[in-house]
Write a protein that binds this ligand. Structure first.
Ligand code: PMV
Length: 330
């Protein structure tokens, strides 16, 4: 089963003539229970289900239009060389959707999440792109289908088709048609995320090869699926009960367990920088001082804080450079 098979199945009988232009936005998302490890690499099918929180107005805006000549992509106002890996990955993804081999696209993408500050934008980028293609061609696909298509670009993109808390069901089918995201029916207006930039440099090992390397070499990976399943259930019940301590503790523990699997890989996959560790310690100290704040981290050195609205002054005082996001307040 290839990506192309899935796309052909989903688009069978749908319109193939593009409009002049389509413009969409999708939010970035931060996982509280991580996706780490694939059961199928071609289709980005995960070993475990995961749960995230979308970042409201922080994400990617995409304008797409058919054009003559060759594909072209602009990111944050700059034309990207067609040889750059960003462009080749994008154009290869677009290959899945060209109604005829001659169809070419002009893509203008703008990230409102600070990519230059090391925050992942591929999830929001792919989600915005498939949503834009859906509009451009008038396919009329529902969110479930869009989530499946976004997953083909990047696993975590499956969750970026929704706002708020989102669960991505791992599914068990070989074709991945039961592996899509759905929003939780929960709002939590007081919740905040704080983005702490430790390094803005592109990391040496991306999440894709990092995941593969961990699954293949880490002696701790075998413990991950059970840990992720427990954390997912715990997070859902903490969200339903609006129990912030339980949410924060579970999210932090989940991120640390994921990093433990990476650190134990051989050769090690250590994304932490000295400053990341210093911040983790600072967060622990703040908790001891009575500020309920927790953190999560992805495949990189940057830290995302979790706290409630009433802790904002304490967080700003401890981390003057923090960028605060209110996911449920627009
Ligand atoms: O979707 P990818 O291939 O960029 O992988 C994302 C992996 C993590 O960010 C580490 C975890 C997650 O669930 O987002």
């Amino acid at each position: 089963m290839t990506k192309k098979d899935i796309v052909s199945n989903l688009l069978r009988g749908r319109p193939a003539t593009p409009r002049a232009e389509a413009k969409t936005f999708a939010p970035a998302n931060i996982a509280l229970c991580k996706y780490w490890g694939k059961r199928n690499e071609e289709l980005n099918l995960p070993v475990t289900s995961s749960l995230s929180l979308s970042l409201g107005a922080l994400g990617s805006e995409v304008v797409i239009a058919p054009c003559e000549g060759s594909d072209r992509v602009e990111l944050n106002g700059q034309v990207i060389s067609s040889e750059a890996s960003f462009a080749t990955r994008l154009f290869e993804f677009l290959d899945l959707f060209r109604p005829s081999p001659e169809t070419r696209f002009n893509v203008i993408a703008r990230n409102t999440i600070p990519t230059a500050a090391g925050f992942a934008s591929s999830a929001s980028g792919f989600a915005a792109l498939v949503t834009a293609l859906n509009e451009l061609f008038g396919w009329g696909l529902d969110k479930r289908a869009l989530s499946i298509l976004a997953r083909l670009g990047s696993g975590s993109a499956s969750r970026s088709v929704y706002d708020g808390f989102v669960e991505w069901h791992a599914g068990s089918r070989e074709d991945g048609m039961d592996s899509y995201a759905e929003p939780l029916n929960a709002r939590w207006p007081e919740i905040r995320m704080g983005l702490l930039t430790i390094s803005a440099q592109t990391k040496k090992t991306g999440s894709r090869p990092g995941m593969k390397h961990t699954v293949e070499t880490s002696p701790l990976y075998a413990a991950w699926p059970e840990k992720a399943a427990l954390d997912l259930a715990e997070l859902k019940s903490a969200i339903a009960a609006q129990d912030f301590e339980r949410l924060g503790r579970t999210a932090e523990s989940n991120a640390l367990a994921m990093h433990a699997t990476m650190i134990a890989a051989w050769p090690t996959l250590l994304y932490w920088l000295p400053e990341s560790v210093r911040m983790m310690q600072r967060i622990g100290d703040l908790r001891e001082e009575g500020v309920p704040v927790f953190f999560t981290m992805d495949a990189g050195p940057n830290i995302k804080l979790l706290f409630l609205e009433n802790s904002e002054p304490a967080i700003r005082a401890a981390f003057p450079d923090v960028q605060i996001v209110a996911p449920f307040v627009n």
